[in-house]
Write a protein that binds this ligand. Sequence first.
Ligand code: AMP
Ligand code: ZN
Length: 471
Amino acid sequence: METAKIKLYNTMSRSLDDFVPLKAGEVGLYCCGPTVYNYQHIGNLRTYIFEDVLVRVLRRAGFKVTHVMNITDVGHLVSDADEGEDKMLVAARREKKSSLEIADYYTQIFFEHCSWLNIQRPDIVCKATEHVEDMIAQVKQLEENGFAYVSGGNVYFDVSKDKSYGKLAKLDLENLQAGARIDVDAQKKNPLDFALWFTKSKFENQELQWDSPWGRGYPGWHIECSAMSTKYLGNHFDIHCGGIDHIPVHHTNEIAQSECATGETMSNYWLHGGFLVTNKEKMSKSTGEFLKLDVVRDRGIDPVSYRLFCYSASYRGELVFSWEALEASDKTLKRLKQAVLSWKEECGGVPSKKLSPAAVELREQFDQAVYDDLSMPRAMAVIHAAAADSELSPADKLALLLDFDSVLGFDIEDWKAEKLDIPDEVSSLVKQREEARANKDWAEADRLRGEIQALGFAVEDAASGSVIKRL
Ligand code: AMP
Ligand code: ZN
């Protein structure tokens, strides 16, 4: 099958690159998943919306995508740089549950919230706790290749042996090392080294432990993504995604582990989602200042409106959250829904099979936007232009929107008119107006329209008859 040309901003090259897959027509995609010790806030969900749009765009372009996402249920310490306790353990203590109960609960809520946002489930969802054997095998490989050392019972990655360490973040290693705190972990040869496997660490109460060649213990956080991406996508795959905060530590360490274990490039393209911020501060779980998707829903806002709100900026930049902006997106979604329903009425629910040249042109503009590094603001502008185009038939508009929904993820096919309770008085006025129109008494028809509006309803004239809506 033919595939469309796509450009993606690659953090590795710091440029907008043509996307060329390793195998024609296929894409291996790995996305770092949630650490399931707490709810994912709407900032985290912005990252999953961006990744979902990426998958949808790749599929629209004709690629067969294998989308892999991990679930971090062990090993992610409070600081990304090996400090503090395991986040799962802290949560288990807080909620008086076991780590696995915590993980199951928050994983289930995460997928529920994803479904509210029409985020499609990845093809492979893999839990860290179920892949510890794969991680041990990769740590062994690193040891054999001379990139790991044991110190104080823990196994560390030796950054000094990896000549390309830090290439993604373009880290200035000399300055970083000079500036790094030396008291972080006395077992490390170099402050930038990071743990691959913990045994006799400072966290002896770790609830989840496994046997390993280095003693009973548990894996570091970064090794899970290296081991699972290799297992499901091979040593070398196409695209790796995550939030922008992963560039300097987590993704940097993933690259070091995978490439030093396999001797191959890990991923050709690295895509990073920008942060959702509130008043210029990152929305974050550690500060406790975060919004859950339930809160949005409880305020009467459709979660899909949050998806639409995310389309107001490029996925790469910051997006500033405010209730006013989200409410404006909710209104936009409602207006779009009304428009789609009225086109449906007008064309008897049958979208065009063959688009007019003007509609074809709009479809091309939409594709150009989404294939240009997922430019959703431009894609939305095309939709608004289509909706406002009085030359375009309702059947063409409906066909376009249903087609664009493969990327938008609004579930337009399922949009239905809300059941409208029409007071008898309004029905009788509408009937009188239809009679006035049949008698070509336009002045009377306009007067009756005014009376209907005064009661809070609008009446439109479609081929199938009067369409009544709430104002
Ligand atoms: P975590 O569960 O903390 O590992 O985070 C899940 C994902 O959300 C990661 O890809 C993070 O990079 C991303 N993330 C964290 N905070 C934000 C934020 N404020 N806005 C957008 N993405 C975020
Ligand atoms: Zn990861």
